[in-house]
Write a protein that binds this ligand. Structure first.
Ligand code: HEM
Length: 207
């Protein structure tokens, strides 16, 4: 996994991301994995509380993937995403141990900009508000955007969640298609004056 970011522009929305990925032919995960982040214009000097995320996961029309916004699985805000028919669903979770994560009870929220599902991958561009500071029943944490890098975690799994159309009630098996923690270095392309306009494109709520 690269630490230095790869900057790319999503052709459909014009959103510019810093991204970090694992190639499709990597032994670390079948099919590859990419996560990207776009941040508010002042995020490199003032800690941001939200971001626009890009997820490209290897499942195709099955499986699930996840990102830990703190690095480890435990005591971090977890984003879980999976495809079902023509929809990509998400669930914000929090784990205190290495077992099925609980529902996150803080005020973070995901709204979608666009998604795509094909035979080999699913892609989701989403706004995650109140996601970079978390509080699960008084247990607080966060990811700072002013330190030059974030510590993030990734996982992928091949079987689909149970209850896939009901994000609050999904059931998961332990991930079986790779996992890791990486240092996601941010460069000046991560924060952009167009952030507010891009965030306004996140109009779709999938529950
Ligand atoms: C690591 C179990 C769901 C993110 C681990 C490990 C276990 C585990 C046992 C450590 C494995 C090792 O070190 O060899 C489970 C179980 C789950 C689950 C039983 C559900 C039933 C999730 C979800 C996410 C996640 C939903 C994120 C969205 C991670 C990450 C790691 C990890 C990033 C690697 C970093 C670390 O070791 O803390 N998981 N997990 N897990 N898990 Fe999970």
């Amino acid at each position: 996994q690269n630490n230095a970011p790869v900057t790319f522009t999503d052709p459909q929305t014009g959103i510019i991301f810093n991204s970090w990925g694992i190639p499709a032919d990597s032994p670390q995960t079948q099919g590859g994995f990419t996560f990207g982040m776009a941040l508010p214009s002042n995020a490199l000097s003032t800690d941001a509380t939200e971001f626009i995320g890009y997820l490209q996961c290897a499942a195709g029309s099955a499986g699930w993937c996840g990102v830990s916004l703190g690095g480890p699985m435990t005591n971090s805000l977890l984003i879980t995403a999976w495809p079902n028919k023509d929809t990509v669903y998400t669930s914000l979770r929090y784990a205190t141990g290495y077992s099925m994560p609980d529902l996150y009870t803080g005020d973070a929220k995901i709204t979608q900009v666009r998604s795509n599902i094909n035979a080999t991958h699913f892609t989701l561009i989403f706004r995650c508000t109140n996601c970079l500071r978390w509080n699960q029943g008084g247990q607080e944490g966060g990811a700072s955007t002013t330190g030059g890098a974030l510590v993030l975690g990734w996982v992928q799994a091949l079987p689909s969640p149970g209850n896939p159309t009901c994000p609050d009630q999904i059931t998961l098996e332990q991930h079986n298609n790779g996992m890791g923690i990486w240092g996601a270095v941010l460069d000046s392309n991560a924060a952009n004056p167009s952030y507010t306009a891009w965030a306004a494109q996140a109009t779709k709520t999938v529950t």
